[in-house]
Design a protein around this ligand. Structure first.
Ligand code: NAD
Length: 469
């Protein structure tokens, strides 16, 4: 199948790219299996060097890579070029460093006459599947961790946003990665299924929707291979009346609309202590109205379009259903006329906790605000979804922030902020948000397995004869 890539900010065609055939998928997996020994047995310092060189090359090609993602997603140029791109470089530098600190556990003598050691071995061939919202960064999270661990990778990017991943693989080759150690196959779900189902794939890592994650887990279960799933989110943002209310409202509006809300950690449910509710709604509405929706290359643009016309219809349908269920649209709530799939930043008040707009992932610039009465009520509402990825607490009392964070079911909780992430810290969720981590040491370890090597001594050291009483 040939797919035409469309710029969502203009509706215009970019170029056409064909799906990988089943034979091509098998050939790329065979290449990865063939390269697994050379790369997997390379010294950690050599793997680190290649990842550091790749970071340099990504930095040198920053404009080119940024342009690919901006044209395919419509995200603002400055957000990509000055934010996501340097972050991807930092991720690669972290993974380069992490490649050198994958020690096994120190040796121990646990049975008379034997020395045991636990070594970390690369998991082998990794099938990586990524979504369209952060094409370059998602590709880097997957390949960086896997390559650092000594695995080889076949990566399938989303069909709407494949080009930065393709270019990344070319740059990796230039950085010194052995031939076949990283390949990209293009296409949609069928290509993804062919990849996961290949008998030479040892581990699957996936970022995308919860529904696709379930399907991927089923396919991986057929061959009993491990999966690592980074899925959807419905992040709560809890504002206590003692917080900096204007600061919280402005951060919430930005965290709800960053990347046009197409972010699994986006603030989507704002819970406000009842006494501060109306003030926060007013401040949220003011910030939402001030967000500039526009073309990616206009430096004054804050957010770009949604990814496709279909996705815009889906987002709008969420808003219409919320209205039908009795909630009110305080601001926004409509597609913006013109070329491209723009949608106005939308604030919804008066929605019931169990309504769809509060429970399900919209993946658009849409925020629902709900009042709460007291700390335990806030925690109860925050935990009342099937997701468990991101969350935040806003309060001037540090001990309250920590107490609430302790009780929230999520992979990350910010206190007095929402969204920042760091290469050193693992990112991932619980419940329907998946399991496993991207970034941090946890991500690299996930692509290794512990190999116990037990050495028998020809002349065992005499034991003391001690017996517990
Ligand atoms: P999606 O699940 O539709 O697609 C993700 C990827 O899976 C794409 O490459 C797609 O082609 C592929 N795919 C689809 N069906 C498949 C199948 N049957 N077998 C194998 N591969 C298949 O998701 P999307 O719409 O591209 O991305 C949006 C979703 O990603 C949201 O739910 C968002 O929350 C989630 N996401 C999560 C994180 C996280 O870290 N938790 C980060 C970014 C995005």
């Amino acid at each position: 199948m040939i797919r035409t890539l469309i710029n969502p900010a203009t509706g215009r065609q970019i170029e056409s790219i064909g799906d990988a055939s089943p034979d091509e998928v098998d050939a790329r997996v065979a290449d990865a299996a063939g390269a697994a020994i050379e790369w997997g047995r390379a010294l950690p310092s050599q793997r680190a060097l290649v990842l550091h060189r790749l970071a340099e090359l990504v930095e040198q090609h920053a404009d080119e890579l940024s342009r690919l993602d901006v044209d395919e997603t419509g995200k603002p140029w400055t957000v990509m070029r000055d934010g996501e791109l340097p972050f991807a470089v930092d991720n690669l530098r972290f993974f380069g460093a992490a490649a050198r600190s994958l020690h096994g556990t120190a040796a121990g003598e646990f049975s008379t006459g034997y020395t045991s050691m636990l070594l970390r071995r690369p998991a082998g061939v990794v099938a990586a599947i990524t979504p369209w919202n952060f094409p370059l960064v998602m590709a880097v999270w997957k390949i960086g961790a896997a390559l650092a661990a000594g695995c080889t990778v076949v990566l399938k990017p989303a069909p709407t946003t494949p080009r930065s991943a393709i270019r990344l693989a070319e740059l990796a080759r230039e950085a010194g990665l052995p031939s076949g150690a990283l390949s990209v196959v293009t296409g949609g779900g069928e290509v993804g299924e062919a990849l996961i189902s290949n008998a030479s794939v040892d581990t699957v890592t996936f970022t995308g929707s919860t529904a696709t994650g379930r399907r991927i887990m089923q396919l991986a279960a057929e061959r009993a291979v491990p999966v690592h799933l980074e899925l959807g989110g419905k992040a709560p943002l809890i504002v206590f009346a003692d917080a900096d209310l204007d600061g919280a409202a402005s951060a919430a509006a930005l965290a709800a609309t960053y990347n046009t809300g197409q972010d699994c950690t986006a603030a989507t449910r704002v819970y406000v202590e009842r006494s501060a509710h109306d003030q926060v709604v007013d401040a949220l509405a003011a910030t939402m109205r001030s967000i500039k929706v526009g073309q990616p290359d206009d430096p004054s643009t804050d957010i770009g379009p949604l990814i496709t016309a279909d996705h815009r219809e889906r987002v709008d349908a969420f808003v219409r259903r919320a209205e039908a269920e009795g909630a009110s649209v305080v601001t926004g709530g409509a597609a913006i006329d013109g070329d491209g799939w723009f949608y106005s930043p939308t604030l919804i008040a008066g929605a019931a906790q169990r309504s769809q707009i509060v429970q399900d992932e919209v993946f658009g610039p849409v925020l629902a605000v709900v009042p709460f009465d007291g700390e335990s009520h806030a925690i109860e509402l925050a935990n009342d979804t099937r997701y468990g990825l991101a969350s935040s607490v806003w309060t001037s009392q540090v001990d309250r922030g920590l107490r609430v964070a302790h009780q929230i079911r999520a992979g990350v909780t910010w206190v007095n902020d929402h969204l920042p992430i760091a290469s050193e810290m693992p990112h991932g969720g619980r419940g329907s948000s998946g399991f496993g981590k991207d970034m941090g040491h946890d991500a690299v370890l996930a692509f290794t397995f512990g190999h116990h090597v037990m050495v028998k001594h020809a002349e065992p050291v005499a034991r003391s004869g001690f017996r517990p009483a």
